[in-house]
Design a protein around this ligand. Sequence first.
Ligand code: PXP
Length: 239
Amino acid sequence: MPLLGVNVDHVASLRQARRGKEPDPVLAARLCEASGCHSIVAHLREDRRHIQDRDIGRLRECVRTKFNLEMALNPQIIAMAARLKPDQVTIVPERRQEITTEGGLDVIKNQGKIRRALEIFSDKKILVSLFVAPEPRQLKAAGALGVHMIELHTGQYAQASTASRRRKELKKLREATHLALNLGMIVNAGHGLDYQNTAALARIAGITELNIGHAIIARAVFVGLKTAVQEMLHLAQHS
Ligand code: PXP
């Protein structure tokens, strides 16, 4: 039964469309928690397209479950996180032109930077997760760096356009979960998950947490945030 982390970035996207104060991602985070989610996720992007610096400080103060801050391997943002001390950081790749995070972190290419970030965050007792594609090479590289937690990128699975491709991607995710568990890592998963594709993923044994944003915030427009979170919780935990 995976836990559910709700990503509130897109509440901030809507606010930034008018550069105003509403809707407030911190209020959304509190509502998601009151609706039963197990953690709150926010991504402070280098271009600050949705979540802003002040949101991070307020989320740190207000989140009562677990605050998981997503970030690139950016020295300024790493320093900010080390000061602010979220419960967890998730390191993701970031490209300016992308609409959302495309692909997993290249753990092999970024070994040095990841090692330095791990040192900084372990000094501050902040949990570190790496967002990686379900590829054995990347998982083994994460294991070799002594990483305790990974989040498998489910984007390819979410985008699979035929039943056979979906099955193939699901198999990859199942095998990657198995390998990462054998390497001693906690396994989370996320990206592109929605009300149609979450149940099959939630049935993979050994996944600790699913992190879901866009689908929940999009559904909340029609049914309200409480119902949107509760419906997703049900899919994550009763599939
Ligand atoms: N997990 C990670 C590491 C992400 O970068 C994102 C997107 O910010 C998500 C989960 C959530 O993805 P989505 O908004 O597609 O549910």
